[in-house]
Design a protein around this ligand. Structure first.
Ligand code: NAD
Ligand code: ZN
Length: 380
């Protein structure tokens, strides 16, 4: 790989030219990494609903042409000036939110909202010089979430790249770089259900099922899965979901249905849909006195969360989290180790696999609500 160090790399990338239009595989130029940046060879990437939201750009600021993708596994090709933590050949997961290790958030035990590198969905350029590292015949192509993994090579800030065990299979652990860690962490790090408690999970996609997996690991006794898509229910049993509620099957609000099922409300709930009504239901279905609700889904930019303040006064707690409160560089290697020691099963999240040339199929599966994660293999 050393032949490419310091050179522009010409490779394939899936470019989104317009909102909602199929991606086009193009030959792109990828500039060398600048100070505190690394250039990665992506081997496997997968599709998360956040990519789809920003590609559809219905409720989000449109920014095109852009290279999406943020759930991936790869190998460091070269490093820019000042990078000491990573070297060519390291196995890594790029992460959509970063850890500079120097700011007040990175130094706080409670936060993963790094001042420098926290998730920024509007930025399409690199931090150091405000420019893109991708171009097509000189025309810049925007980055997404600082990762842009739908490309054979990409450039990321070193603080958004986690070095992992080189023995971990990248075609499996790539899903740990976003969805699985987000759901798992939202449950075990933020909701923290006590052993024997009753938990509700709204949205049974990969993120919600990872939250259910976290509840099972924490020893919850009842895990109530809520989804509008009944085809989600059968598969969810493998993730420890014990009961199902489809809001469409009931005339009354789903929070009332859950309160009746649980003698007043669940102990913990985690929302993984991105729908603001589901967020409100997820909050209002927790038990007064001790219930905790955690929001994870990314809402429409104009969505407003409304609830009666009495619901909070009655000692319900509302929280939200990005990336399950994990610090990308400090904590994610240990989540990969949980997979290596067989505490965490990631295979059951992987339902489809396509070569890079068929990346648009992964979008079709997600838009049809089919399956959980589709792995896109860069080396066909
Ligand atoms: P997904 O599309 O695979 O799953 C979402 C599920 O929610 C679907 O099964 C859908 O039927 C269900 N759903 C939608 N509206 C609903 C409603 N009103 N009530 C009940 N169920 C409903 O998506 P995913 O990849 O699992 O991601 C889930 C959410 O998490 C998305 O909003 C995504 O953007 C967000 N996300 C957040 C973070 C974070 O750090 N906060 C990270 C990754 C993903
Ligand atoms: Zn920081």
């Amino acid at each position: 790989m050393s032949g490419t160090v310091g050179q522009v790399i010409h490779c394939k990338a899936a470019v989104a030219w317009e909102a909602g239009k199929p991606l086009v595989i193009e030959q792109v130029e990828v500039a060398p990494p600048q100070a505190m940046e690394v250039r990665l060879k992506i081997l496997y990437t997968s599709l998360c609903h956040t990519d789809v939201y920003f590609w559809e750009a219905k409720g989000q600021h449109p920014l095109f042409p852009r290279i999406y993708g943020h759930e991936a596994g790869g190998i460091v090709e070269s490093v820019g000036e000042g990078v000491t933590d990573l070297k060519p050949g390291d196995h890594v997961l790029p992460i959509f939110t970063g850890e500079c290790k120097e700011c007040a958030h990175c130094k706080s035990e409670e936060s993963n909202m790094c001042d420098l590198l926290r998730i920024n969905t509007d930025r399409g350029v690199m931090l150091s010089d405000g420019k893109s590292r991708f171009s097509i015949k000189g025309q810049p192509i925007y980055h997404f979430l600082g990762t842009s993994t739908f490309s054979e090579y990409t450039v990321a800030h070193v603080g958004c790249v986690t070095k992992i065990n080189p023995l971990a299979p990248l075609d499996k652990v790539c899903v740990i770089s976003c969805g699985i860690s987000t759901g798992l962490g939202a449950m075990v790090n933020v909701a923290k259900p006590p052993k024997g408690s009753t938990v509700a999970v709204f949205g049974l996609g990969a993120v919600g099922l990872a939250a259910a997996e976290g509840a099972r690991i924490a020893g919850a006794s009842r895990i109530i899965g809520v989804d509008l898509n009944p085809s989600r229910f059968e598969g969810a049993k493998k993730f420890g979901v014990t009961e199902f509620v489809n809001p469409k099957d009931h005339k009354k609000p789903v929070q009332e249905v859950i309160a009746e099922m649980t003698n007043g409300g669940v102990d913990r709930s985690v929302e993984c849909t991105g729908n603001v009504d589901a967020m409100i239901s997820a909050f209002e279905c927790v038990h007064d006195g001790w219930g905790v609700a955690v929001l994870v889904g990314v809402p429409h930019k104009d969505a407003v969360f409304k609830t009666h303040p009495i619901n909070l006064l009655n000692e319900r707690t509302l929280k939200g989290t990005f990336f399950g409160n994990y610090k990308p560089r400090s904590d994610i290697p240990s989540v990969v180790e949980k997979y290596m020691n067989k505490e965490l099963e990631v295979e059951k999240f992987i339902t489809h696999q396509v070569p890079f040339s068929e990346i648009n199929k992964a979008f079709d599966y997600m838009l049809r609500g089919e399956g959980l994660r589709c792995i896109i293999s860069m080396e066909e």
